[in-house]
Design a protein around this ligand. Structure first.
Ligand code: FAD
Length: 619
């Protein structure tokens, strides 16, 4: 039970308020509807719901719950109640609120109205004044501001650049890919004409890997933490729909991400950040165990081609290059930067008709989805099983002999499409993206199993990069199985379980560059295939109909998270082996997903600003 203090001045948080789906105005409405007031009135034991003043309530979270255990699918709300505003009610009507006080197990009291801290607030509290002047924010800085390179403009790099730029560092943002406008054209050329630009594609370019994505903003690092809220609020400042602050499963979609990134770029430019697109980090300038700068080149040059290279000097280098920058990992290895292999997951991407997933999840309510236009969100799913190791666990006929490991769905894209995330034509890997309405007729998701570093034994000669070679091996096999030209090997899920080649008439796929019937059951080592088969059988028990001849598996999903971690100090984010280097985000092994990468970038921005004596606040 949460103790209530200072009630008159505060807020009460009411959670788990359930509004039946048929009464709710729908997924896009984040105001206070009468059915929600009724749910609030019920929990408060207030007799006349319409008498509750709407303005006293703010929706802070809205999720859709269609679990089969419920009598009826419902929208579930968390609401903040402003007690001061409620006190404007007639005193008599208010009386019974005090009667509630002893029974407040369901209420959480929030003392501070501003608990959802703005990034700008945090910045303003800790900024240090130095001499000189900066017209953009009224703060004063010395002529000689510390020079910081942020390499990579994915979520981690962008947020690090934002914090450092705001606090007063002289920031240069270095990005090998193109700004979103040109990147869009390069991706178009890939999807339509099969031309892969090695530097501007689904992984590389402004906004990083998550730009042409589903833009899911869910994270496992605590939805309500101040840092996650600061990231979401910043995204909303740059044009994300305000629903993301409330939605239980917020997502943006590519069409919303692209203009948002353009706004982000203009804000950084106004702050004085120097943004260099089409500029690839090729090397670090190191003197006496300290980074002194970077060597960059026009990204159109082949890696290793020294013409056009330029040396730029900096006081610190933030490395935010994502986990597809394998050339950067190799370069770090040459400098003996401390890196350790890390567990990750590999598997295949499954695609079902979206209508099937809607009906598995929602039954009759599925009709109300209407390709993202309806009141009910397009259905998703999340499944996870631990296979092997339990002799009583006989849920799957593939169970016997399966080694212990976790199998789970990953990066599920409702109403989306399967896309090519290779950065090199001889290696083939895929992922999923969607647009904001999630209106496509397909639902795709990776099905992956964990692999640990002791499985990379045959690649031991690559040292800490053994996991990278392990990924590469299966990406090459997938490219060979597909027969080249970015054609993806595919197999009906039923045939994958039966270990037979699917006939040539495969179900239609959203993947635009072509699919070829292949023996995906031979792609991974037998123990990984078995674990996948075993978990798919179990997933079908949870989502009956998951195994169907209409479901198509695509190969191969290898880049679920970084296969390596670049060791760094916990408090400062500085590399443990090279002074002045700050490895951050997914590529460094400290984040997985858009929001956690952004949070890591923000955290590192503050930590580095502190190291550079620009910031005195808390990190
Ligand atoms: P990245 O976003 O990978 O950014 C790294 C940047 O560094 C890139 O822009 C790259 O061009 C640049 N770079 C690399 N090497 C160099 C160099 N040598 N010189 C200069 N620049 C360099 N996550 C979610 O949370 N939700 C989703 O819905 C989602 N969908 C995804 C869909 C797809 C298709 C993909 C590929 C990923 C998806 N992800 C999703 C994962 C998410 O994109 C990443 O977790 C996140 O982008 C990691 O952020 P980051 O800043 O660490 O690295």
């Amino acid at each position: 039970k949460t103790k209530i203090r200072n009630r008159e001045e505060g807020y009460w948080r009411l959670s788990k308020l359930s509004v039946p789906a048929h009464k709710d105005p729908g997924k896009d409405f984040i105001g206070v509807s009468l059915p929600l007031l009724e749910a609030i009135a019920k929990i408060l034991k207030f007799p006349v719901a319409p008498m509750l003043p709407e303005e006293a309530f703010t929706v802070v979270r809205k999720s859709f719950d269609a679990r089969k255990v419920l009598k009826e699918p419902a929208f579930v709300y968390t609401v903040d109640m402003d007690v001061k505003k409620l006190l404007h009610l007639e005193p008599r009507t208010w009386d019974f609120i005090s009667y509630l006080e002893p029974k407040l197990g369901f209420v959480e009291y929030r003392e501070d109205e501003n608990a959802l801290t703005d990034l700008v607030d945090i910045l303003d509290k800790g900024k240090v004044k130095i001499d000189g002047s900066n017209p953009s924010n009224g703060f004063t800085y010395s002529e000689k501001r510390p020079r910081v390179a942020v390499v990579g403009s994915g979520p981690s790099g962008l947020f690090a650049a934002l914090v450092l730029g705001e606090i007063g560092a002289d920031v240069t943002l270095i990005e090998r890919g193109q700004p979103v406008e040109q990147r869009g054209r390069d991706i178009g050329a890939l999807v339509v004409r099969k031309i892969l630009s090695s530097e501007s594609n689904f992984c590389f370019g402004e906004g990083g890997a998550g730009t042409w994505s589903d833009g899911k903003l869910v994270t496992r690092i605590g939805r309500n933490s101040d840092s996650v809220q600061a990231v979401l609020k910043t995204l909303a400042q740059f044009g994300a729909p305000p629903n993301i602050l409330v939605d239980g499963k917020p997502h943006l979609g590519t069409d919303k991400l692209v203009p948002l990134l353009r706004n982000f770029r203009h804000y950084l430019l106004d702050l004085g950040v120097d943004i260099k697109f089409n500029t690839r980090l090729d090397n670090l300038v190191v003197e006496n165990g300290q980074v002194k700068g970077v060597v960059v080149s026009n990204a159109k040059n082949e890696p290793g081609c020294n013409s056009d290279q330029e040396k730029l000097l900096f006081d610190a280098v933030v490395l935010a290059v994502g986990h597809s920058a394998r050339d950067v990992y190799s370069m770090l290895l040459q400098h003996n930067i401390e890196m350790v292999p890390k567990n990750f997951a590999v598997g295949l991407r499954i695609e079902h008709p979206q209508e099937l997933i809607n009906s598995i999840q929602y039954s009759e309510l599925a009709n109300e989805v209407q390709a993202g236009r309806g009141r009910i969100p397009v259905a998703d799913y999340k499944v996870a099983k631990y296979v092997g190791g339990d002799k009583f666990n006989t849920e799957s006929s593939f169970e016997s002999g399966v080694e212990n490991r976790s199998c789970y769905s990953f990066c599920m894209c409702p109403g989306g499409q399967v896309v090519l995330t290779s950065t090199n034509p001889s290696e083939l890997c895929i992922n999923g993206m969607s647009f904001s309405r999630r209106a496509s007729k397909w639902a795709n998701s990776a099905l992956v199993v964990t692999v640990s570093s002791d499985e990379f034994d045959s690649f031991r000669s690559h040292g800490p990069l053994a996991g990278v070679e392990f990924q590469r091996e299966f990406e090459r096999r997938a490219a060979e199985m597909g027969g080249g030209n970015f054609v993806v090997p595919a197999q009906r899920v039923t045939d994958f379980l039966a270990e037979t080649l699917s006939g040539t008439s495969l179900p239609a796929s959203s993947y635009r560059l072509g699919v070829k019937a292949s023996r995906l059951h031979n792609l991974f080592p037998a123990h990984i295939t078995k674990a996948l088969q075993c978990s798919i059988e179990m997933f079908d028990k949870e989502l009956p109909g998951f195994i169907t001849t209409d479901a198509l598996l695509h190969g191969v999903e290898t880049r679920t998270s970084s296969p390596v971690q670049i060791s760094r100090q916990a408090d400062t984010c500085e590399s443990t082996s090279l002074k002045g280097l700050y490895p951050i985000g997914e590529g460094a092994g400290y984040a997985g997903g858009i929001v956690s990468a952004a949070v890591d970038g923000m955290f590192c921005g503050f930590a580095l600003a502190k190291e550079l004596s620009l910031y005195r606040g808390d990190v």
